[in-house]
Structures are given as structure tokens and as C-alpha cells.
Design a protein around this ligand. Sequence first.
Ligand code: GLU
Length: 493
Amino acid sequence: MSSNVRVRFAPSPTGKLHIGGARTAIYNWAFARAMGGTFILRIDDTDPTRSTEENTQVILRAMRWLGLDWDEGPEVGGDYGPYAQTERLDLYREAAERLLAEGKAYPCFCTPEQLEADRKAAQERKDPFQGYQRRCRDIDPAEARARMDAGEPYTLRIKVPEGRGDVVIDDAVHGKVVFDAKELDDFVIFRSDGTPTYNFATVVDDALMGITHVIRGDDHLSNTPRQVMVYEALGAPVPTFAHISMILGADGKKLSKRHGATSVEEYRDAGYLSDAFVNYLALLGWSLDGETTVIPRDVLAREFSLERISKNPATFDPKKLDWMNAEYINAMDDATFTDQIMLPQLEAAGISAVRAEHDDVWWNLLASIVRPRTKMPADAASVAAPVFATAATLAYDEKSVAKGLAKEGMGTILDAARVALGTLPADEWKAAAIDAALEPLPEALDAKKRIVFQAIRVAECGNMVSPPLGETMELIGRDDCLARIDRAREMAL
Ligand code: GLU
């Protein structure tokens, strides 16, 4: 399916890509995909003092990590480029020249002092209109041109048509929004230093790029009437707007640094999976059916719709994100979990684990017991660590030893376990056989089952929270399991 839907994500590279921006990007991407449309990435770098190339690179990297592929934009090109605003200055100038020539914009020679004085006066006389007082609106065009040519500083202002009336938009999220005509100002579209303002550059771009739907944060809702004025002046169709609600922290305040990590790459570095992160962010203000929570990106890309975006602010809940992450980890198959989570995490933890040293059956068994105990990727390394130790290097957790091993009677338990396990030949060293060999011990020793298995568990794994014992011991191997009991025997009483 393909359509003429064209949407854009237009970050300003004045900082990293944050949670709010990422969600806006996801919505634009998902909408484009669901509609068979085109997703455009544009870098809104017109603020030269705060935009940096480094931030642009960070944003592109974060977009790639999120898996939000763009059809047009930096690095991929497209027919409507360039895709960075600093490379489009000629287009803004051309558009402004045209509006000037058509009498839809005019130069304003007012000094900042003059503007300030006018503002004060309007305030004092309680003028319902507090904006620009249109001093230069009626200067004769020939005179204006002469003053411009003579080098007098000027800004360019849009000429809001006489009697334009209220601006009404039909926002896809908020419904009908009416902006009072009084708010319509002959606002500046070009500054005296020759740079375009955001409201102008954005609309010139959106119009030239054929953007059909503007999906963005509702902090831009207040800019919209001005932007509509620019579309109308340019004679370009006004796109559909969808202003999405803010994301709040648990305290009900706008999400910010105070609430913890806010940039996308901080989440990547903390070990969140891109798929889980995208799924979680997609649900901050959108729902599939009001109840489904696990929505893989292919479903999102098929089912996303503007109708199901909520008007209400969403709350970012790190616990729900953790839950989502664990869901995605748990849904992985053994091989994926081994290669994408376990091996990299073991390496990061400095634990030497070589894939080729064991066969797939061994790795799959390990994955099957480690995965359900992995909430965050790093958990995989700590859960699997005892399997990669040896009797000589295994780290014994002090508390576990005190509680489960260094106690009267534990020596007898280990001795009995050593005998029982010793009867199992190497080629029968399998979880079920190990469990079966150990099973009669509590009764034979007249000891509590929990106590017996705790002692063996601490002896084999060094702690009391390891995965199921039989499987773990199968993975460790017969000789080392017996050697571990011998070592632990010295700590037992
Ligand atoms: N560069 C603007 C921003 O980052 C884009 C706003 C818009 O989508 O129009 O807020």
C-alpha cells in the first residue's frame, strides 16, 4: 500500500534525543508506515548558537538505535532536499521575496526601542491587542524598497489579511481548536540579521516537502495559528495537525532531568532493548485497543492511527518500562538470548565465555534457565556467572555461606551428596539424573529438604538464588561439581 501521506520528524539539534522527541519520532514513523506513506527526517538547525553537528550525529544514532528508518533525510537523501534547514536558506529567502512582491509580507523598520515603547503603551491603555502595532504595514512599497536598498535595518513581517477572523484548526488529537483573531500578529518571518524565524522556516519546509500531517508535541499548539497564516500567504494547503500531549513524571510535572535519565542513549546504555523501549514509548499517549501492552514494532507499524492518540498527558513510569523490557527478553528464543544478551553481558562483566567451547544444546539449556531470571540484560551475567567459574575460582557469597553452609550438620549433607553424585557416571550427567540422585537425601538424612538443597546449592553456585540446581549442575559438568563439593566441604561444619 502506498499513499501520499508525508510526515516529518524535525528535531532541533540543540541537545540529545529525549524521551518526548523519541515518542514524536515513533508516532510519525508508525503513522507513515501504517498509511504506506513517507517518513522524513529533517534537521531543524536554524538556531546557530545552540545547534551542533555533534548533536545531529547523536540524534541520527539514536534514531537508528530506535529502528526508526527514514525514507528521506540526512544520509539517505530524497527529492525534496536538502534536509537540514541551514542548507535551505535560499529557499526561505525566495519564499519571503515572493510574499514581499505579492504584498503579503512587508519590511518593518521599527527599532527594538520603538517596539518596546509601543508594547508598553498598549499595555497602559489596556488595548485588547497587545501585539505589533503595525506601524510599518502601510509604508508605500517604493519607499520601503528605497529604505531597504539604503541599508536601513529591517525585519520582514507577515501581513495578516484585514478581517482574517479567528483561525480554526481541526486537530486530529484535540479536535476543533479556535485561536482568537486578536492573537494574530503581523509577526516577524525574517530577522534583521537575515535569518528566518522558526514559524516561517518550518512552514516553508513543510509546504515544499509536501507534508500532509504535522504530528508534534502540543507545546507547538500555540505556534499553529501563525503557521496557518504562513501557509495561507504561500497559497499552500494547510496540513492536518496532530498535537500530542506532554509526558509527565510520576509527580505530575513535565518530564525532565529531575526524573532520571531522559535521553534515548542513556536507556540504550543501561541495557534496555530497542524494541521494548519503542513499545513502551508508543503507549505513552496511544493505545491499540485500550488493553494490549506488548505491541511489537511490526504491529505498531501496521495498526498505528491518529484516532487512538489520547488527549490526556501520559505518565512515564520507569517500572513499567522495566516490566516491558523483561517481557521482550523473556520472549526471545534461546539462540537470540544467548547471542544478543548473555554473551555480550558476560563479556561486559569480564567473564570469559566462548561460544565454541560448548554445543548449542548446552547454550540453549543455559539460556532457558537464565532468561526467566533476567529482568535487565546485566542480570544474565550475574545469574550465569557460577556456570562459568571453576571449583577453584567460584566466588562464595559470605551471607549464603553463613546461612546455608557453615552450620552444624552441613558436612554430613555434603558428604552424602558427594557419594550420591559420585555414583552417576559422566555420560549420565544430566539434570534429571542429578535431581533423581539427590532426591532421596532428605529422607535418608532425616533432614529438611530445604536445608539439604540449600547446602548443595551454596556449594555448587556460591549463593542461594541460582537457577534450578539439576540444570545448573549439568552445565557445570561432573568433575567440577564434585570438586566444588570438596571445596565447600571445608567450609561446612
Ligand atoms: N524543530 C522543532 C522542534 O524541535 C520542530 C517543531 C515542529 O515539529 O514543527 O520543536
